[in-house]
Design a protein around this ligand. Structure first.
Ligand SMILES: C[S@@+](CC[C@H](N)C(=O)[O-])C[C@H]1O[C@@H](n2cnc3c(N)ncnc32)[C@H](O)[C@@H]1O
Length: 312
């Protein structure tokens, strides 16, 4: 319960609320035994209205009890004086419809839906950088359905290049736009913070899957080009995330790719690498990893990892 309330407080008051909960979730994610839980779940599928209200009342009592205690096991719950905690009630653990009820026992007027895929959910403002055929972004948008408005998908390449090279690009772009996602081309990771459209937003997640500067021999000078791209991406992404936002880089994690030393590139820029997670392409149906230099072949992305950074 503490974890649940901790998450809710953080979601509601991202700039003022601090918690260890995300660390705990992250450790669970490492095992990949179950997807991260992002909100409070009280299973009330078989309950009538009175029982539902009792469940909510009990949840609130539990919260106040926790608030009075200093010690919550592994969690440190810090609640600002004026924080009004919200309890999310879900009709069924596997459903995606939540009802939000404030602790003043007001009956909720709004119903919201949260959709999830892999590490991501539809409440997050997500910026995707350096897309190939837009199949990763489309996979998120398809999962989020009519809640994909928070996605901005971008490519470094021009629309013309994408049309000429990727058979599924056009369909993927159509899926994104039909669900309200933004699609932009010619976006350079090295200067995206100054992009005339992107400059207006802050994101919860900025994601670059398999950044690559386009040189495929494993020489030292190419290593420097890849590192320059990643440094430029991180430097820009840092300015584009919310205070509690995250920057995710997925990259191969064997041989030459380990020499890129992505954790060090992040720490040199004052970013905190809070998690490295094995990447599983299968979690994102339809995602095809593209080389990026032309042609529609997919590359084998195993083994790979997602490096996750936060602001210090
Ligand atoms: C190996 S491909 C990966 C493509 C795609 N992210 C995927 O997972 O299929 C590398 C991508 O990095 C992009 N890229 C290279 N330089 C870039 C830059 N300066 N800004 C943004 N993207 C860049 C290329 O356009 C290419 O699509």
């Amino acid at each position: 319960m503490g974890q649940i309330i901790s998450y809710l407080c953080k979601w509601r008051y991202p700039r003022t609320y601090k918690s260890n909960y995300e660390t705990i979730v992250s450790q669970q994610d490492n095992n990949e035994s179950k997807p991260p839980e992002q909100h409070c779940i009280i299973n009330i599928s078989d309950q009538n209205e009175t029982e539902k209200q009792e469940a909510v009342d009990q949840a609130e009592k539990d919260y106040h009890k926790l608030d009075d205690d200093d010690d919550h096991g592994n969690e440190q719950i810090v609640v600002e004086d004026a924080v009004q905690v919200e309890v999310v009630v879900e009709n069924n653990v596997s459903t995606t419809t939540n009802t939000t009820i404030s602790n003043s026992n007001r009956i909720p007027s709004e119903i919201s839906s949260v959709k999830r895929i892999g590490q991501y959910n539809s409440t997050q403002k997500i910026l995707l950088v350096g897309d190939g055929d837009f199949s990763f972004s489309a996979s998120l948008a398809l999962a989020f359905g009519d809640s994909a408005l928070n996605i901005t998908a971008t490519s470094f390449d021009s629309q013309e290049f994408l049309m000429n090279n990727y058979g599924k690009f056009f369909g993927n772009k159509a899926h994104l736009q039909a669900r309200g996602s933004k699609v932009l081309h010619d976006v350079n990771a090295n200067k995206m913070a100054k992009h005339p459209i992107l400059i207006n937003y802050l994101y919860d997640r900025v994601i670059f899957n398999f950044p690559h500067a386009g040189r495929f021999t494993h020489t030292d000078s190419n290593l420097q080009k890849h590192q320059k791209l990643i440094r430029g991406f991180l430097r820009n992404a840092k300015k584009m995330i919310e205070d509690d936002g995250e920057i995710h880089i997925t990259s191969k994690c064997n041989g030459f790719y380990l020499k890129w030393d992505i954790p060090k590139l992040g720490s040199d820029l004052g970013l905190h690498l809070f998690q490295e997670m094995k990447f599983k392409r299968g979690k994102y149906p339809g995602y095809n990893t593209k080389y990026g230099f032309g042609g529609d072949k997919n590359f084998d992305c195993n083994p790979s990892k997602t490096y996750m950074f936060r602001l210090l």
